[in-house]
Ligand binder design. Structure first.
Ligand code: ADP
Ligand code: ZN
Length: 485
């Protein structure tokens, strides 16, 4: 049998998708492979098909226990002998599984990275005929990546400990250039065939709207009214935001439901089903919503707040337009979102065991990702280009299907305002917050200003002709920094 026949017989598909055959071909020639493909592109087929054509066993290292179980279940249903070894097995179940594996019962074995260090697994692996080691979610190996797992660093030792080096294949959906380099180097991939399939979702329109508070609510209400029969998701940063926006929209008679981790299991399930089966057209949700949801007719994904990273944004916005029909992804941005997200990051608990140094790097990376995300919200470049470049894909300058491509920008020199802000901060000896500074520049004649003596400063009232909004923009909009020099 060849690869296409395996695809047809075991998986029921007529042809390979873009990128799949390149990876499979490389693996079958005994070459290492690295595939960077967005979620839903079909990564599993890329290692499952060669598994059936290679002589020995394939070991798949995966961090996600539930995903492992789903995969094994569907492989078994397709008539492929598969097993998993992870912390859900009792000790006796694990020994039994390893025993069967040693007797050649399984063609493919999924294993959690922590298991690679256990004596029983190493003993089994040393004797077994292993044709391929596959690393799923390979970005977990990199401290630059979003879900760094120290246990992934042990994979190389495991591979080195095998009597014969198998083919090594690695898969991920998120790989910036740093992560990609880390995967290749840390896993010691040998001259790997690297395939990056397109991250571009041509049917998605991307837009950023600079709005906050009541204006945002009004815009969203108007938007939904204009898209009355369409299904959409509105993501909010906090449960409180979800509840408030949900109340607002339902009081307007909009067909809406909500989803966040603070609801009971039953309510979450019910609301999710209402959305999936179009009983509620719109769902207001935190980012807890969406994993494993494959609703094809989502026509818009609105972000009430800016997410924490481009990875998150790409994934959440990507739930729009799965059917390939036009869909819109609109992100509402206000500078406060940076603060909200910083607070969320500060209170984030790290799962797993990390050293102090690792934690420091992870925090640093979180901050960097947040900055790249806020740059997306304030850039004047094509938004599609920004997204694709972020994921390491080169592209045209101008897509013609995003708010930046459709908008004309006016270039402004804000150097004078910036200099006055700095001067005001200096003259008042850094004692006051930004509200006070901006009121001083605007020349506000309030008791607070007078009692602080701000009306005595040389810069008092110097920007009285400039609008409050412009002053705020200069202070809070990250891109303005470039104009300061
Ligand atoms: P990923 O791991 O990249 O997110 P999956 O491996 O889960 O993606 O595949 C996504 C979906 O695409 C699955 O439903 C899978 O069965 C389907 N799929 C994969 N390859 C093909 C193909 N060649 N033809 C048709 N459907 C495919
Ligand atoms: Zn564009």
């Amino acid at each position: 049998m060849d690869a296409s026949q395996v695809l047809k017989q075991y998986f029921g598909y007529d042809s390979f998708r873009k990128g799949q055959s390149d990876i499979i071909e490389a693996i079958l020639q005994g070459r290492d492979a690295l595939a960077i493909m967005p979620t839903g592109a079909g990564k599993s087929v890329c290692y499952q098909v060669p598994t059936l054509l290679l002589p020995g066993i394939t070991i798949v290292i995966s961090p996600l226990i539930s995903l492992m179980q789903d995969q094994v279940k569907s492989l078994n249903e397709a008539g492929i002998n598969a097993a998993y070894i992870n912390s859900t097995l009792s000790e006796s179940q694990m020994y039994k599984a390893l025993d069967c594996a040693a007797n050649g019962k399984y063609k493919i074995i999924y294993v959690a990275p922590e298991r690679l260090e256990t004596m029983s697994f190493i003993t089994f692996a040393k004797k077994a005929d292993i044709s391929m080691v596959t690393i799923d979610e390979a970005h977990c190996i990199s401290q630059w990546g979003q879900d760094f797992r120290p246990s992934y660093l042990k994979i190389v030792d495991f591979i080195d400990s095998l009597s014969e080096r198998p083919v090594v294949s690695a898969f991920t959906a998120t790989a910036t250039s740093e992560v990609k380099t880390d995967i290749e180097c840390i896993l010691k991939l040998k001259d790997p065939r690297v395939v990056v399939t397109g991250f571009d979702r041509k049917n998605l329109y991307y837009s950023v709207e600079h709005l906050s508070g009541k204006k945002k609510d009004a815009y969203i209400a108007g938007y939904i009214k204009e898209h009355m029969d369409e299904s959409g998701i509105i993501y909010c940063a906090t449960r409180k935001n979800v509840d408030t926006l949900y109340e607002t929209l339902s009081s307007m008679g909009i067909s809406v439901t909500r989803y966040h981790a603070g609801l009971s299991n039953e309510e979450r399930k019910r609301n999710q089903d209402d959305f999936i089966y179009d009983r509620s057209l719109v769902v207001v949700a935190t980012n807890a919503f969406g994993m494993g949801i494959d609703k094809s007719n989502v026509r818009f994904v609105l972000h009430y707040n800016m997410p924490q990273s481009m990875e998150n944004y790409y994934q959440e916005a990507g739930r729009a337009g799965r059917d390939g029909e036009p869909a819109e992804c609109i992100l509402f941005y206000s500078p406060q979102d940076i603060m909200i997200n910083q607070l969320l990051l500060d209170s984030k608990e790290q799962i797993g065991e990390y050293t102090e140094e690792e934690l420091r790097v992870i925090r640093e990376q979180d901050v960097l990702r947040l900055r790249k995300m806020s740059n997306y919200c304030t850039t004047s470049m094509c938004l599609r280009k920004y997204i694709l470049n972020y994921f390491g894909q080169e592209t045209e300058e101008h897509c013609g299907n995003c708010s930046n491509c459709l908008e004309e920008f006016v270039e402004l020199d804000v150097g004078e305002i910036a200099a006055d802000v700095i001067e005001c901060v200096r003259e008042s000896r850094q004692r006051y917050g930004m509200t006070m500074i901006l009121s001083t520049l605007a020349g506000a004649n309030t008791a607070k200003i007078r009692s602080a003596g701000m009306n005595e400063l040389s810069v008092y009232g110097r920007q009285s002709k400039c609008s409050q909004q412009r002053l705020k923009d200069v202070v809070y909009t990250p891109v303005s920094y470039t104009h300061l020099r």
